[in-house]
Each structure stands twice: as structure tokens, then as C-alpha cells.
Design a protein. Structure first.
Length: 496
């Protein structure tokens, strides 16, 4: 009971992650509506009323500390402003465009107040309220309401949730079911709880990067102080290497989604982390730690190879064969299809506030050429498959700029901490004559989970240039939580 009381906020933020990831991958608004608003409200309530308290604090002291830090955080005000931008269009509906057959032209209805944000259909636009406010509440709760141990616990829970979803996906493959969770029949390929493979691919690639960073941190005994290193070295072998399980499972799951972007990006994430380990960690750890890491890597490769053979991913080689430099450039640039060009034209005509959530499919036809109409995409054609341009077309530069500002509010404190760590490492290196010590290279002083989170979140950004991972609230929520929770591994540097 005491554990639950201390971690009640962690549990409720994690409940948001579980709901988004298990309820059809977060893509069923009808199923999310009875659940997500309540979970968001409870997370906000416990953030304000029951944050985690330090050992030297009372609950009232913790509340005052959280309230004070939230008042100073730009993310708080940006979240409120974004909420206003999303709510106002519900009362300022323009209606869908109509084609005038006599004039052979499109007529775009005007909203009641054309100087305020508007939308085409209120019910469709309201779906965005199930995406961004819950994710931002979760980020604020993690950033201000959780202590460092709470942030680390939440990240680990996210990783194990991803591992369990991967197991469910493998089980569905082994049984050969054509129904999502053996309940919802689907005609197309799916994995775990995600009906769209690219959503699943983005989800598991991100969780794999986070899991890998957590495992690398503990398995390399990468510590900032001798006292912590002693405690870490006394841990059971299986406790120290527990994160290798979600790391392997989510990596294989990313491959099993048969998402070309996930296959490419997860391999690149693995390669980037491996290079970092070889050049900046391997030479600075003990022989015993080297043997353990080598054994862990061999186990990882073996389990991944066996898994790929056991599950017989028939489409895996086919997807790999379609990967090429020209295909990637065409997808990212949007030259291979009409969506990006149409989104750009919609944005030019509605640059300030856009056409509202899910307004793109209503407006796209009037910007399509006769040749585009002949080859019009039916399945998946409601999306641009480029998150930046779709958000620009639907939210304008005001809404999109607010989203970018929210991301900067999450990232900038991490960059400041990183710069302070680097400066501190140079100070230590001048005092330490041992060139093999952790202080002898500035990059080694950066916590491994921070590097892994940067790599993982950047991979999702790259994925969004050719698809729509940020239109899945499961991916969106974990993405912002990764940035909000990674300070749990950043050491506190005393100011002079």
C-alpha cells in the first residue's frame, strides 16, 4: 500500500500509456472517449494534489514545489494555449467544401468568425483533444510531479509494456489469427494491438531505443559517483540485465511489423548505440563488465536471429527488397505522390490557423489535378503521410508553431543539462591524470539513457517525414514522456 501511495502519480500516467497502446493502438476514438478524459483528469489531479515528495519534504512542501516549478515552466502556458486553439474550432465550424456544378468550382464555407481557428466537422476535429492534451498532461506530470526515481520507474514500466505488447504480437502470429487481439477482424496485416503496421513500427522502434539505453546504463556500470557504483555492483546479475528482455523483444517486434521505416530505423538505432558503446564505453569499463556486455550482445543477436526464424516473417525479405535510396528520397520529399503538394497548397490558402483537425481529406480534392484524381489513394488517402505538412495544413503556422514550441520546451532543458555536463567533464579532466577514467572524455559523461532517448526520438522525427507516427497518441505520448523522464538519469550538478 505504501508503494502505491508513493507512486500513485506514476501509476496514473502509466495508465494513460497502457490505454493508448492497448486500445487498438490509440486509433479508435470511440473506444478512447470513455477512458482517456478520465485518466487525464486523474493524472492532472494527482499532479496537483499528490506529487512525489522528497524524504525531507512534507506533502504540502512537495505541492508548493510542484506548483512553483509549473508556474515557471513555459510548457504549462504553451499547453493551455494549445488547448484553447483546439477547443475554439468546436464553436466555430465552417462546414465541408461544396463543388458548384454550374460554376465548375469549389465553394469553401466561411466560419462564423473567420479570424478565429475553425474546423470542417466538429466531431472529427474533437479527436485531437484525445491526442495532445493527454500527452502534455502526462509530460507535465512526469516533469514536475515525479522525482528522479519516479521518472526512472515510469520509463521502465513503459519498456515492459512494450515488451508485453510484442509478446502479444508474436502470439497472434503463431496462432495465425486474422483478428486483432483475436476479437476484431482485419483484412490487412497488423501486429499486436496496432492495425496500421507503421504505427506499430514507430512505437516499437522508440521503445527499443529507450530499453537499450536503460540496459546499457546499468550493464556498463556507468555511474557518476563511487558510492552509486558500489551499490550498482552489488546488484544481482539478472537485476542489472533485466532490461535486455524488453530490448530484444521490442527490436524483433519492430522488424515483425514489416514497416520498412521501422526496419531501417531500428537497425540504425542499434548501429548508432553499438558505435557509441565501442568507441566511448568499451575502453573505460572493467574486464568483467566487458565480458558481461559481450555475452549480452551475443545473447541479443542469438535471440533476435532465432525469433526471426521461428516466426517465419515471409514478408520481411519482400519489404527489405523495396528499400532503396531513391524510394526513401521519394517518400520523404513527397515527389512520388500528390499529398505533400496538396497539403502545401492548402497551407498557402489557410496559413494562419489551417482548416482544422481532419480538414485535409475534405479539402484535398479541390487541389488535385485530373491525373491525381485518376490515381486517387483510397485506403490511407485521408493523410498526407508527412506529419509536418499535415499539421501545417490543418493547424496553420499558429497551431504548428505551438506544437514546435512545446517540443522545444521539453528539449531545451536537456540541452542545457548536457552543456553543463560537458563543461563539468572538462573541469574534471584537468584534475584527473588517468586518461582511462570516465572524466577523460566529455562524451562519456553524458548519461547513456539521454543519448538513447535523443537517438530514439530523432528516429521518430525521421519517420514522420514519410509517414504519420505523431497522429498515433500511443507513439506521441511515449515520445514526450521519454523527453520528460530522461532527466531521471541526469546527475544534479551543484552550482557555485
Amino acid at each position: 500500500m505504501n508503494w502505491f501511495v508513493r507512486n500513485v502519480l506514476v501509476v496514473h500516467v502509466m495508465a494513460l500509456v497502457v490505454a493508448f497502446s492497448w486500445i487498438h493502438g490509440g486509433t479508435r476514438p470511440d473506444l478512447l472517449l470513455p477512458v482517456i478524459p478520465w485518466l487525464t483528469a486523474f493524472a492532472l489531479l494527482f499532479l496537483i494534489g499528490f506529487p512525489q515528495a522528497k524524504s525531507t519534504e512534507t506533502l504540502m512542501d512537495a505541492r508548493q514545489r510542484v506548483w512553483r516549478s509549473m508556474r515557471r515552466d513555459p510548457l504549462t502556458y504553451l499547453s493551455l494555449f494549445l488547448l484553447a486553439l483546439l477547443v475554439l474550432p468546436l464553436f466555430n465550424v465552417a462546414g465541408p467544401p461544396v463543388f458548384d456544378g454550374a460554376a465548375q468550382s469549389w465553394v469553401n464555407p466561411k466560419p462564423l468568425y473567420d479570424w478565429l481557428p475553425s474546423c470542417v466537422v466538429a466531431d472529427q476535429h474533437a479527436v485531437l483533444l484525445l491526442w495532445f492534451p493527454p500527452a502534455l498532461v502526462a509530460a507535465l506530470a512526469a516533469r514536475h510531479g515525479l522525482l528522479k526515481r519516479g521518472k526512472r520507474l515510469l520509463i521502465e514500466m513503459i519498456c515492459w509494456n512494450g515488451a508485453l505488447l510484442a509478446v502479444i504480437g508474436f502470439a497472434q502470429m503463431m496462432t495465425g489469427t486474422k483478428s486483432l487481439l483475436w476479437v476484431v477482424p482485419l483484412d490487412s496485416y497488423f501486429f499486436a494491438t496496432f492495425g496500421y503496421p507503421n504505427f506499430a513500427g514507430a512505437f516499437f522502434t522508440l521503445v527499443f531505443a529507450i530499453s537499450a539505453g536503460s540496459w546499457m546504463y546499468e550493464s556498463t556500470l556507468f555511474m557518476q559517483s563511487e558510492q552509486v557504483a558500489i551499490v550498482q555492483s552489488q546488484k544481482n546479475f539478472f537485476v542489472k540485465h533485466r532490461m535486455i528482455a524488453p530490448m530484444v523483444l521490442t527490436f524483433v517486434a519492430a522488424m515483425a511489423t514489416l514497416s520498412r521505416a521501422a526496419i531501417l530505423l531500428s537497425a540504425m538505432v542499434l548501429a548508432a548505440l553499438a558505435i557509441y558503446m565501442i568507441f566511448f564505453v568499451w575502453r573505460r569499463i572493467s574486464k568483467g563488465a566487458q565480458i558481461k556486455i559481450f555475452a549480452g550482445i551475443i545473447a541479443f543477436i542469438g535471440i533476435a536471429a532465432i525469433s526471426l526464424m521461428v516466426f517465419k516473417l515471409d514478408g520481411f525479405k519482400e519489404e527489405l527488397s523495396t528499400l532503396s535510396y531513391d524510394a526513401i528520397v521519394s517518400r520523404v520529399s513527397g515527389k512520388g505522390y500528390y499529398h505533400v503538394r496538396v497539403a502545401k497548397e492548402i497551407y498557402k490558402d489557410h496559413a494562419v490557423f489551417g482548416v482544422g483537425g481532419w480538414g485535409y481529406p475534405h479539402y484535398q480534392m479541390q487541389y488535385m489535378t485530373p491525373e491525381d484524381l485518376k490515381h486517387m489513394q483510397i485506403q490511407g488517402g485521408a493523410n498526407v503521410h508527412n506529419d509536418s505538412w499535415q499539421f501545417l495544413a490543418e493547424q496553420g503556422y499558429v497551431g504548428f508553431g505551438t506544437l514546435v514550441a512545446c517540443v522545444l520546451a521539453l528539449v531545451m532543458p536537456l540541452l542545457v543539462s548536457l552543456v553543463r555536463l560537458v563543461i563539468k567533464s572538462f573541469t574534471l579532466s584537468k584534475k584527473d591524470a588517468d586518461k582511462n577514467s570516465p572524466a577523460s572524455h566529455w562524451l562519456y559523461c553524458i548519461p547513456l539513457p539521454l543519448i538513447a532517448v535523443f537517438i530514439g526520438t530523432f528516429a521518430t522525427l525521421c519517420h514522420s517525414l514519410g509517414d504519420l507516427p505523431f497522429r498515433d497518441p500511443a507513439v506521441l505520448t511515449i515520445w514526450v514522456l521519454a523527453l520528460a523522464c530522461v532527466p531521471g538519469w541526469i546527475p544534479v550538478l551543484k552550482r557555485k
